[in-house]
Design a protein around this ligand. Structure first.
Ligand SMILES: *Cc1c(COP(=O)(O)O)cnc(C)c1O
Length: 497
């Protein structure tokens, strides 16, 4: 199987090349030229396998230039013994009859980013040895919190890689900051920047595309790559858990082979829900993909009108990993739905960067409407949902998951659709203790520090904070640096010395 670019269909690369480069040179995203198919018999057979076997089978359909041994070692390195706190890796939790929560946060950093970022370093190491032999890979990350920590944890002490994470000094939660500044590993660096997430992102992009920097790196036998979800190596691991969720629904007796399910995803950069779309196209019987947004509801409006318009107010919400107005992975979906029309994708993406908006064709809009439903939920709705689910079903959601649950409940009521449903749950509630505690016991957060809130949340709910978060209490940060955005390049070269 070969990969092409959403902005230039004449490009043809292997999966190794797609993963080691991260993004195509003309700015497009790599996508497989065709989507492999699995049958219901395959799915029924996979239902008898563990997560590792399921992952090996799905990945081998996409990464056709990897050997079976390579895939085996990558998958075991990511999801093997002791890496995740659930031996199912991505377990289902029954919320109510026919509504299952897919818990994607059992990994080392307690957010769903681990599902992909535990595997990506292994894929990248194999891929670059094939397509860029001898080169050392330098991963630069700009993060608003979850991606940075998950990437650090995934890449720490991985041979032939270095990773440097920039985060906005005042833009991450206290828990997220501690997670990053106490990171262990001999090949890692973390630096705060004076500015917001966009400043960090812009700075990283500038370094990435600077020819002089690339030349300096090449002299030292190094090259940059990306750990963001524009990298196909981050998307492909996410397809696996949708296949796996269907298997688990079968095993629980919630559905029979061939029955349809709905999938609801709390969405930011559109990576997670795009993986669900790939699973559907592969043959998993998914009826509707429900896209859930917070107050930054650019995707809800897009899926309802066919016009994408990022010219709007930006809100800082209690679900910060979804505070995003440009959802990069949507480009991949538009490419697929337009029949791989690279010219029209170039046109729309050009309009987005020039004017901040574009309108898709009637044909693409009709397909979007058929495949997707969408809804949004603001902070009050999010907290109300956390309180309600805890009270009624004794289930404690994090803020991102609550957005999805709330949007699903609206959807079910509006449509009367009773199809069994999987709701993606993307973070452990203790990562966002303040908002979650405030939801279950309004007013209680006052005058409490982060770990007092963790404690209070435990007392209020009986839920246990995962040790990797609880143990951060009192830990001395290792990375205390904070740089001006103009100095980011210097910080990169200092790390590489
Ligand atoms: C990254 C993230 C999301 C958004 O996922 P996308 O793939 O960017 O749509 C949702 N919830 C949490 C907790 C996240 O970390």
């Amino acid at each position: 199987m070969f990969y092409t670019s959403t902005r230039d269909k004449s490009i043809k690369v292997t999966s190794s090349q797609a993963i080691s480069h991260g993004i195509s040179a003309e700015g497009g995203l790599f996508v497989p030229e065709e989507i492999p198919h699995i049958t219901m018999d395959d799915i029924v057979r996979l239902a008898d396998c563990d997560y590792i076997e399921r992952a090996k089978e799905i990945l081998s359909l996409y990464l056709t230039d990897f050997t079976a041994e390579e895939i085996d070692s990558c998958v075991k390195g990511a999801y093997g013994e002791g890496k995740f706190s659930s031996d199912k890796i991505a377990p289902l939790h029954t919320l109510t009859k026919g509504v299952e929560i897919l818990e994607l946060w059992k990994g080392p950093t307690c957010a769903f980013k681990d599902m992909a970022l535990q595997l990506l370093p292994h894929l990248l190491t194999v891929a670059s040895a094939k397509s860029e032999p001898g080169k050392q890979i330098v991963i630069l990350v700009a993060t608003s919190g979850d991606t940075g920590k998950a990437a650090l944890e995934g890449f720490k002490d991985v041979n032939n890689t270095k990773i440097l994470v920039f985060y906005p000094n005042d833009g991450v939660s206290p828990m997220q900051k501690l997670q990053m500044t106490t990171q262990e590993g001999s090949n890692v660096g973390v630096c705060a920047i004076e500015g917001n997430f966009d400043d960090a992102q812009t700075g990283v992009k500038k370094i990435f595309t600077d020819k002089a920097v690339a030349a300096k790196l090449a002299e030292q036998g190094m090259m940059f790559s990306s750990a963001n979800s524009i990298n196909w190596g981050r998307l492909v691991p996410q397809i696996v858990y949708y296949v796996s969720a269907y298997c688990e629904m079968l095993n629980k007796g919630e559905i029979k082979p061939g029955d349809e399910i709905n999938v609801v995803v709390p969405t930011g950069n559109f990576g997670n829900i795009l993986a669900a779309y790939y699973a559907k196209e592969m043959g998993v019987p998914i009826k509707k993909l429900v896209c859930a947004s917070n107050a930054n509801n650019v995707l809800t409006d897009f899926l309802k009108t066919g016009t994408y318009n990022r010219i709007r107010d930006f809100y800082t919400t209690v679900s910060p990993s979804m505070d995003i107005l440009i959802s990069s992975n949507l480009e991949r979906l538009l490419f697929l739905l337009s029949g791989m029309d690279d010219a029209v994708v170039r046109e729309w993406m050009g309009e987005l960067s020039a004017n901040g908006s574009y309108k898709v064709s009637d044909d693409v809009f009709a397909k979007l409407t058929e495949l997707f439903d969408a809804g949004s939920c603001d902070d009050n709705g999010t907290k109300a949902c956390i309180a309600k689910e805890f009270k009624e079903h004794k289930y404690l959601c994090d803020t991102h998951t609550a957005v999805a649950v709330s949007v699903y409940e609206d959807y079910a009521e509006r449509t009367g659709d009773e199809t069994p449903t999987v709701i993606a749950s993307t973070a452990n509630p203790f990562k966002f203790s303040k908002a979650v505690l405030d939801a279950v016991h309004p007013g209680m957060t006052e005058n409490l520090d982060e770990f007092e809130m963790v404690h209070a949340l435990h007392d209020e709910t009986g839920e246990v904070c995962p040790p990797q978060l609880a143990n951060l209490k009192g830990k001395t940060p290792r990375f205390t640096g904070c740089c001006k955005k103009e100095d980011m390049e210097q910080v990169v070269f200092d790390l590489l010395k």
